[in-house]
Ligand binder design. Structure first.
Ligand SMILES: NC(=O)c1ccc[n+]([C@@H]2O[C@H](COP(=O)([O-])OP(=O)(O)OC[C@H]3O[C@@H](n4cnc5c(N)ncnc54)[C@H](O)[C@@H]3O)[C@@H](O)[C@H]2O)c1
Length: 395
């Protein structure tokens, strides 16, 4: 394995600053990189604020002050120069393939021969990012969840070209980044496929939600009625959650899966109209709901509403179980325990397999009925689910 001492974090935005913080907390020297001085300064200031908070809670290593940790943090806006003495790179620049490819090649052209390049992309092919870098065997994925200091999961993704040494080094580095909310959980992703593990398993739930939204619209019901269907069992029910995540995010994510997984991910009428109207949810003050009176005002309206009888939590479990089976079938994860544990560490929610082992026949029926009524064949249960054989694939 490569002996990692100095890490470069490329892109000092939302994710880059969180990643820089955990790398520093792991005891590494870290250089933060961006394209402009002001961007890198903002990222470093955010890291300093984070480290000081951690120090105030007494959570830094024995006898270490925030100043000791920050002394190992430097900054640079010249990528080629900055990576000359680095062992490991984590890229968190904007989600654009040509920018990521360019950053990867610059790192490989200018870094030492052993340097490893990892990408925090949520949606792009790691294989493609590394292909023309000159050293695709030293490239892999390292997918953090937001915010990196608090979310336990890191998915480490093996591309078609990643060497064993790169994969092992990246998993070990990821495991050494402390998490403030429990033990870090590293999910090895054995194949470079859309959505990796956790986002992939949750992806088709969006087809179901989009269909529910259109049903509410067609039947002349109210959004609070759909949210009342969750019966208070979700931290945020469907419409609230979609507003919170952002209508634009749901729209773009569905476009991506439409291209990479199935045309059944086509957005419905309601999501398309909200997206086109610019009512994107909490961030614009309006989406399904008017957010001007705050979250609690919406919650109390939902509490008093007559349920619509459309959305059902077990259906989402059945959908996730089927997608989890696809993840197993395609060899993306080694076993269902990894998938369930990753979901808990990345989403703070249980995965579907514990439920699925007892309910797979029921799940298959739910999925066939759902495919019939929505016209979306992507919901049909795959063989691994119908047979219950996934239960033999634990590890
Ligand atoms: N936001 C999330 O919840 C989340 C979660 C997981 C993964 N990701 C992924 O992390 C990456 C970064 O996302 P973000 O939310 O931090 O974005 P962001 O916009 O907050 O930060 C991106 C930063 O990259 C910088 N940048 C752009 N081009 C650059 C270049 N050539 N060299 C150096 N820096 C450059 C920008 O100036 C900006 O500061 C994306 O690939 C995204 O898909 C995001």
């Amino acid at each position: 394995m490569v002996d990692v001492k100095k890490i470069a974090v490329v892109g000092s935005g939302l994710m880059g600053s969180g990643i820089g913080q955990v790398a520093l907390m792991g005891g590494y020297s870290v250089v933060m990189i961006d394209i402009k001085e002001e961007f890198v300064d903002k990222g470093v200031a955010k890291i300093k604020e984070g480290i000081e908070k951690v120090a105030a809670k007494g959570l830094l290593g024995e006898g270490q002050s925030a100043a000791d940790v920050m002394a190992k943090c430097s900054k640079n806006i010249d990528l080629a120069n900055a990576v000359k003495d680095c062992d490991f790179v984590i890229e968190a620049v904007i989600e654009k393939m040509d920018v990521k490819k360019d950053v990867c090649k610059t790192v490989m052209d200018n870094g030492p021969d052993h340097i490893i390049f990892t990408s925090n992309t949520s949606t792009m092919s790691i294989t493609e990012i590394g292909k023309e870098s000159g050293a695709p065997d030293r490239v892999c994925g390292m997918h953090f969840f937001n915010p990196p200091p608090l979310m336990r999961l890191i998915e480490v993704i093996r591309s078609e070209d990643t060497s064993d040494e790169t994969f092992e080094t990246a998993k070990a580095a990821a495991a050494s980044f402390p998490c403030l909310r429990g033990d870090r959980y590293i999910a090895p992703v054995l194949k470079d496929a859309p959505g990796f593990i956790v986002n992939r398993m949750n992806a088709p739930v969006q087809i179901y939600l989009s269909w529910c939204f259109d049903q509410v619209d067609q039947k002349g019901l109210d959004w609070v009625q759909l949210d009342a269907d969750a019966g208070g069992k979700m931290p945020m029910p469907p419409c609230m959650l979609t507003d919170f995540v952002g209508i634009d995010t749901m729209y773009h994510v569905m476009s991506y899966y439409q291209e990479t997984l199935s045309p059944d991910f086509k957005q419905g009428k309601v999501i398309t109209e909200l997206y086109e109207s610019g009512n994107l949810g909490e961030k614009t003050g309006k989406g399904f709901y008017d957010w001007s009176q705050g979250r609690d005002a919406i919650k109390s309206k939902i509490k008093g509403a007559e349920p619509a009888g459309l959305f059902d939590l077990n259906t989402t479990f059945a959908i996730m179980l089927n997608e989890g089976c696809r993840v197993l079938d395609e060899g993306i994860a080694s076993g269902f325990k990894v998938i369930d544990d990753a979901n808990m560490a990345g989403m703070n929610a249980p995965g579907p397999f514990g439920w699925g082992k007892r309910n797979y026949e029921n799940a298959a029926n739910i999925l066939n009925e759902l495919a019939d009524k929505t016209g979306k064949n992507y919901f049909r249960p795959i063989e691994l689910l119908k047979s219950g054989n996934f239960s033999k694939m634990r590890k």
